[in-house]
Design a protein around this ligand. Structure first.
Ligand SMILES: [Zn+2]
Ligand SMILES: [Zn+2]
Length: 440
């Protein structure tokens, strides 16, 4: 009996970039294979200084030196499968570099989101999902990969289709939470994972610890109440910035818009993602034909084929339409769409609501200082109203006490030492090192 070996190649002492290798009896699987936006920012400033080659990603340890997994190497794959917890890019994007014969297992929603991301970004060095062997699973599945049997169990997070994993092997079981929370719209999903992990008497739990320093307690109800009250007061345009994959937020802005006699206008990218996601009936997303929604047509001369296709199939509104009836719209616009403000010209008394649920660097790289300059220029006060996608410290403790793992590995966490001290006397915490190997 040699036990299970865990190696951590990302998500160590940082939020995002999770890449975890699980090994047993010479067989290996990967749990997540994301991009580390934080580490990337240490060396690159896009678009002018961007990674252009695989060598550069290896040079700066954005890709770990692991033999037998990359498509640019000769030979057969030396890993049985990759399991993606969810489609946030800090957990998934770097599957781009993996050998195409390695099966990539993920939930159906994650597969749809990654397909949309691949189509929207076009083929690029870091986001090339072409030719990947994507296999989908649901909660209750038991996926065999080498000597492992992996049980995905849904969890609640700020993107639909998020899972944690229970990994069984002849040498025992371990569990991985992915990103999860208990204060969101579907805490029961997370509890299902917790009870499965607890039944499995896991040797080790790999757990996220994003919110140890800046935990802001909030709930869906509180958020709805805040944006509703704000929405009633604003006489001009309401700008809203939230992730295109955050279905909870889409629904809350949609309700607020409807209640205040406005339409929610989504830009092309956002609409493209919503169309993909609305194919899943369980998510209960309204179709883009719904009268409460509109597609905002950017004020440019040329449109890409997929933008044209959206324009052909759905009604769109142009900047001048919004400009004429500012009080009739909530315009979902991210910082990268701010040049539209030149055309829309929000009147005095308008406002901007930042509602992204993740820390900077997870979903997008918000350029805060420049954003505030734009807001000042257009006289737009900013509200930050959000619900975190990540578990709060006391709830994390509750989860750990329910699962009772023999060993805890914090990932997706900037302050693992804090967690170790927080759990002192209650649980054994091992703080992983990048590339370090741990036997359980
Ligand atoms: Zn994450
Ligand atoms: Zn996430």
């Amino acid at each position: 009996m040699t036990g299970i070996r865990l190696s951590f190649y990302g998500g160590v002492g940082e939020v995002g970039g999770n890449k975890i290798m699980v090994e047993c009896g010479g067989e290996r699987i990967l749990l997540d294979f994301g991009v580390s936006f934080n580490r990337k920012r240490m060396f690159y400033s896009e678009p002018f200084l961007a990674p252009r080659t695989v060598e550069s990603l290896l040079e700066f340890e954005l890709l770990p030196e692991v033999k037998g997994i990359y498509r640019f190497e000769e030979g057969e794959a030396e890993v049985s499968a990759v399991f993606l917890s969810h489609a946030h890019l800090d957990h998934s994007a770097y599957i781009s570099f993996l050998k195409r014969d390695i099966p990539v297992y993920c939930g159906e929603t994650s597969a749809a989101i990654l397909e949309a991301v691949g189509e929207l970004r076009g083929r690029s060095l870091e986001y090339d999902f072409s030719g990947l062997k994507i296999e989908t699973f649901r909660t209750g599945a038991k996926v065999k990969a080498g000597c492992f049997e992996v049980e995905p169990v849904h969890v609640d997070h700020s993107i639909p289709g998020a899972y944690g994993f229970i990994v069984h092997s002849p040498e025992g079981s371990i569990a991985y939470t992915g990103d999860f929370r208990l204060h969101g719209s579907k805490p029961q999903l997370t509890w299902d994972f917790v009870s499965k992990a607890s039944e499995s008497k896991v040797e080790a739990l790999i757990v996220e610890g994003t919110n140890l320093v800046d935990g802001e307690v909030s709930s869906e109800e509180e958020l709805m109440d805040k944006i509703r009250r704000l929405g009633r007061k604003v006489k001009g345009l309401i700008l809203a910035d939230f992730a295109s994959t955050d279905v909870d937020r889409l629904k809350s802005f949609l309700s607020m818009a409807a209640e205040t006699g406005r339409k929610l206008a989504l830009d092309f990218r956002h609409a493209y993602m919503v169309e993909k996601l609305s194919a899943d009936r369980k998510l209960k997303i309204p179709s883009l034909k719904d009268g409460r929604l509109a597609i905002y047509r950017k004020s440019k001369k040329r449109y890409t084929p997929w933008e044209r296709s959206l324009m052909d199939r759905y009604e769109t509104v142009a900047a001048e339409d919004v400009a004429l009836k500012q009080s009739r719209y909530v315009l979902a616009l991210s910082f990268y769409g701010f040049s539209e403000l030149m055309e829309v010209r929000p009147p005095p008394g308008s406002c901007y609501i930042l509602s992204s649920s993740e820390p900077v660097g997870e979903e997008a790289e918000i350029d805060y200082w420049r954003m505030v300059n734009w807001l000042e220029h257009y006289g737009l006060p900013q509200y930050h109203i959000h619900v975190s996608g990540h578990i709060m410290p006391m709830q994390l403790l509750e989860v750990l006490e329910a699962i009772k793992p023999k060993l805890v590995f914090p990932v997706h966490c900037e302050r693992p030492t804090l967690l170790k001290r927080f759990l002192k006397g209650k649980m054994k915490v091992e703080i992983p090192k990048v590339g370090g190997e741990y036997r359980v």
